[in-house]
Write a protein of this length. Sequence first.
Length: 270
Amino acid sequence: MSFKRKDGIVIHDDPQDFEKMRVAGKVAAECLDYITPYVQVGVSTGELDDLCREFIISKGAVPACLGYHGYPKSVCISINHVICHGIPDYERKLADGDMLNIDVTAIVDGWYGDTSRMYFAGKPSVKAKRLTEVTYECLMRGIDVVKPGARLGDIGAVIEEYAHKYGYSVVDMFCGHGLGQVFHDAPNVMHCGKKGTGALLEEGMFFTIEPMINIGKPDGIILANGWTAVTRDKSLSAQFEHSLAVTKDGYEVFTYSLKGLDKPPYKIEK
């Protein structure tokens, strides 16, 4: 492991750091692949959390969320108008038409792999499908501008531009973040902004991009549990997340699905 900090941001210059992140990212992505066929009408979010926890542990990894600042579960599951940090339980069973985000972070040998995807239970509405498709495209457009010499504001600008094209709003109360041997580090990666602003991207930076896009207004509120954020106007919200690195020529995503299950609709293997 070898790194330095520049303007508070870790710059990794050891190839082994990249390899460690590939391993951690792979476990997190595999967990989301694994859970896919279990996302069914009638299944509780608590059951999904149990399955994710068991899978992560079976890989010799640790679920990063469990106990993090007192968080009580292993993953976050955010349904319909929940923006993020939905806490799984055994009472809430998935209903036909529910859309949900499952957010997984796995710690492998001290390194963090962080990713999330959207899922549908039963038949989603046209609104839910379109929001999900646009949110995924927002993520990929944000990733595609990552390269040395670009700026953090370039990421937010392309995400915001694309979301606004469909009349959607971008949540600005949460952001992507640096990661590596810590869960959350500099830089903060905003999903809205102006091109040409923000920190300069350099080879060796590790961070997440994880846009949260709402059909309605961007405003959210935190529920009494201290974690769960919901849209103030109860409109649908969607999110996708990848962990990635800035490389010499562009970027490397650590959390792609090995089965091509990066966005719904998912083809379930029999």
